[in-house]
Design a protein around this ligand. Sequence first.
Ligand SMILES: Cc1cc2nc3c(=O)[nH]c(=O)nc-3n(C[C@H](O)[C@H](O)[C@H](O)COP(=O)(O)OP(=O)(O)OC[C@H]3O[C@@H](n4cnc5c(N)ncnc54)[C@H](O)[C@@H]3O)c2cc1C
Length: 256
Amino acid sequence: MEPFANRNANAPVCNEQTGAGPHQFRTVEADVHGYISELLSKALDRGSLDQEVSAEDKERLLEFLTRFGDIGGRADAFAYTGSSRRGYAVEPGAADQPGQVLGPPPSLHEVIAGRTGRYLTFELGYDQAMMMFQPVGGMDAISTALHRAIGADVVALGAEVARRAVEQGAKIHGPVYRAELDDAFSVAWNRTPFIEGGTAIWPDRGSGEYALLNEPAGRVYFAGDWLSYFTGWQAGAMDSARYVVQALHRRVCAEG
Ligand SMILES: Cc1cc2nc3c(=O)[nH]c(=O)nc-3n(C[C@H](O)[C@H](O)[C@H](O)COP(=O)(O)OP(=O)(O)OC[C@H]3O[C@@H](n4cnc5c(N)ncnc54)[C@H](O)[C@@H]3O)c2cc1C
């Protein structure tokens, strides 16, 4: 296994619809946290939230927000004016080289209208949070190993869609994205029979279907990530497979 960096402060973030970016993830995060902290601090300080927050908690929260957003204090009207969290235009170095912080930050309006803040929340999900691991080389090392083990001759997957993916990637990473590509394939999950989508999302596990599918229908048992609480993950598929194998084992033992 090797660590998998699901969150990358250097990753470029952009929103083609609003024309914002690409900016580094760290820059977007600094601006979003900075302005949210400024707004909340101002509201607290004006007493707009006095119904919700006690005087003591208000001071505690204000103190937290100066750290959370790297903003000024009361004397500076809690202003977010950018910070080294945004990154550097000129990297800091030794001796007399303090570097040059990237700036100035965009306005509050530009940050909100750019709608890049939405990309900051992905890794807050329980199953997306650091620390994550993957088989050395990536998740497909598992299917490659299975493929090797069963000795199948050829598995061919391919599509024109790769061209478009490279085109999109090159917009952010430049021509190197195309030049360094060795190989690619694509699968239209929504057009794959019997699956028809990338992953299953249960609107409600309590409405009966989930429990029903987790029961055998005669001699037929169902297993898959979609029958676990880890939908969309191989871990869920394996948990589900183990659940079914154990159920089969119990049945065989009981029936003798
Ligand atoms: C785009 C994408 C990215 C993903 N990334 C990750 C990741 O980074 N990490 C991770 O852990 N998981 C990831 N997953 C999820 C992971 O791929 C699945 O959770 C896992 O493959 C599910 O395993 P499974 O055995 O339940 O089902 P599948 O792997 O879907 O296997 C089911 C098999 O049954 C076959 N089949 C269906 N119907 C029939 C039939 N009637 N007769 C015969 N065969 C049939 C299908 O062709 C398929 O081969 C990703 C999934 C997608 C779509």
